[in-house]
Design a protein around this ligand. Structure first.
Ligand code: ATP
Ligand code: MG
Length: 573
């Protein structure tokens, strides 16, 4: 696998969509120009409603909906719900919600489970034409009979069952006469085919289970290959885009749509699935995290789910820009987390206001500042390089909170923040000089005393003396208490899917993926903002007030992403 790093992903959101080019778009473009399908370009996004969508699905969504939009076609949302035991209407609702939030609208909404009757009709047709048969071997015997890549399969003893007998069995399978596993319907192709998937693949199997939409009305369920290509064909899809692991399935896909008699059938093309460092993109694994209580739910901000990313503060624009940046390729590549975070920062930088918040507060007393004075400083909401304006009033007073990390009693050489005898700039405020360090009996620093220079309001010294460091602060009397949830990467290793044999991915979870900080302080300008508001906490990171848990008087902020890649810094040291 190659490793791609994109230190500066271009912001292509507003680029002319017609300018976007990749091998898929080139192909679609040719097909659109030649009118090969005799119908408008039609794609589909086909999730199985057995979990929440993740960032990998977002790549597929951006691709399928993006191509439909670019070529004036349509994209269907199809729930690929052919497995009664794992699916749920709750997931259907979450999937709809996430796609809309990402900014896409589907053409038609379809359910593969509505096609059971039609698929059954095709099954009977295949039986009649000698292209399918009912196999009564056990699942194990069927598996063994399939052979290996080097050894051809052995035909089932039921392979040459007469058509009438096959039809009879098939009808009784449908009528519910048999137990799970008693019989299956198989395509009759070639037991020695070099493509193992073509060795008489299973089409229908018996499952006596309640389906979330069909209840118990149906007891024979189509397998993926049988349902998928034909569902595409029923809907008039032109381009069926899927991930590379389905490459070998294409031959069967083509066989089925051809045998079912479709004129100008859809065509499957594969692209590389998204794999992102330090996380897992598999609904099965994510479901385990949820059911085992290792996260708080599908929308836990550590999850790579769309719902998790949303709660974490990531915007749909950032996700779309990320999808654009990574593009589509024909071979697998893991993407560095830094690439994703860069897209997130790039987007938030342009849209969110700046405010000041102190994570681990230390009291700073300005001994020459009048105890009863409060100044309202006018602080810009956006820096000069952001095309947005506005300001907020920030109270300044004698007692302030500063970051514990911004003071050092014995500073090393390159420490430009506060230290005994040193002068530092309080952002938007004044220059202050540290005069005293107060400690408790245990020797812990509890309070810093300083003097302020009244001539430096706004941060500049009239005599032109240079002060290197600028720190943020919050007026103690006006600060709002808040809880900060500092989120970090879900897994401790870059590729949790490639652990040594026998090691569970759960053992590779990052134990510090969430650090909860209570007693943090934020400036009062945020008091009336609704939950779900995003900010840059100056010098710290991007935060969102937690959409579920934050309320007036009990503010909770999730860290979306730190301002800089702290891990890169660690590496560089
Ligand atoms: P999972 O393994 O997470 O369950 P899946 O492929 O089984 O994924 P589906 O609901 O079947 O999930 O996927 C719907 C669509 O999303 C499919 O077309 C699939 O190819 C695509 N998709 C799923 N995961 C990724 C990924 N990591 N990168 C790109 N596309 C993906
Ligand atoms: Mg799947």
């Amino acid at each position: 696998m190659t490793h791609f790093n994109h230190p500066t992903p271009p912001n292509t959101e507003n680029r002319d969509p017609a300018a976007r080019k990749d091998f898929l778009r080139e192909k679609v473009s040719e097909d659109a120009a030649s009118g090969r399908f005799g119908r408008p370009i039609h794609t589909r996004f086909p999730p199985e409603p057995n979990g929440f969508l993740h960032i990998g699905h977002a790549k597929s969504i951006c691709l399928n909906f993006g191509i439909a939009r670019q070529f004036a076609g349509k994209c269907n949302l199809r729930f690929d719900d052919t497995n009664p035991t794992t699916e749920d209407v709750r997931y259907v609702e979450a999937i709809r919600n996430d796609i809309r939030w990402l900014g896409f609208a589907w053409g038609e909404e379809r359910f593969a489970s509505d096609y059971f009757e039609r698929l059954y009709g095709i099954a009977e047709e295949l039986v009649r034409s000698g292209k399918a048969y009912v196999d009564s071997q056990s699942e194990e015997a069927i598996r063994e009979g399939r052979g290996t890549v080097t050894v051809p399969g052995t035909p089932s003893p039921f392979r040459d069952r007469p058509v009438e007998e096959n039809l009879d069995f098939l009808r009784r399978m449908r009528a519910g006469e048999f137990a799970d596993g008693a019989h299956v319907l198989r395509a009759r192709i070639d037991m020695a085919h070099p493509n193992m998937l073509m060795r008489d693949p299973l089409l229908l199997r018996i499952r006596h289970a309640a389906h979330y939409r069909r209840g118990t009305a149906w007891c024979i369920y189509p397998l993926y290959d049988f349902a998928h290509g034909l569902s595409d064909a029923f809907e008039g899809i032109t381009h069926s885009l899927c991930t590379l692991e389905f490459k070998d399935n294409r031959e069967l896909y083509d066989w089925l749509v051809r045998e079912a008699g479709f004129d100008r059938p859809p065509e499957q093309t594969e692209f590389a699935r998204l794999e992102l460092d330090y996380t897992v993109l598999s609904k099965r694994k994510l479901l385990r995290l949820v059911t085992e209580g290792l996260v708080t739910g599908w929308d836990d901000p550590r999850m790579p789910t769309i719902a998790g990313l949303r709660r974490r503060g990531v915007t749909p624009e950032a996700i779309r820009a990320f999808a654009d940046t990574i593009g589509v390729a024909r071979s697998e590549a893991r993407i560095e987390l830094a690439t994703f975070e860069h897209a997130v920062r790039d987007d938030l930088n342009m849209r969110v206001p700046r405010v000041m918040a102190v994570t681990r507060p230390l009291k700073l007393v300005l001994t020459n500042y009048p105890a009863d004075r409060v100044e309202m400083l006018d602080a810009p909401l956006y820096p000069h390089d952001v095309p947005k304006t506005g300001s907020r009033p920030v109270p300044f007073s004698r007692e302030l909170w500063i970051e514990r990390d911004d003071f050092m009693e014995e500073p090393p050489k390159k420490f430009f923040r506060l230290a005994p005898g040193r002068e530092v700039r309080l952002r938007y405020g004044y220059l202050v000089t540290c005069t005293e360090v107060r400690k408790n009996q245990a020797g812990e620093i509890i309070e810093i005393h300083a003097t302020y220079d009244p001539a430096t309001r706004g941060g500049d010294a009239p005599d032109g003396r240079r002060v290197q460091g600028t720190i943020h602060w919050v007026s103690a009397a006006h600060a709002l208490d808040c809880e900060l949830r500092l989120y970090d990467r879900l897994c401790a290793v870059p590729d949790p899917d490639a652990l040594p044999e026998g090691q569970d991915f759960v053992s590779a979870l990052n134990p510090s993926s969430l650090i909860t900080v209570r007693g943090a302080k934020v400036e009062p300008s945020v008091a009336a903002d609704p939950a779900g508001s995003r900010y840059q906490f100056e010098r710290t990171g991007y935060f969102i007030s937690d959409p579920a848990d934050s309320r007036a008087g009990a503010l909770v902020f999730n860290r979306t992403v730190a301002l800089r890649d702290s891990w890169a810094k660690v590496k560089d040291r």
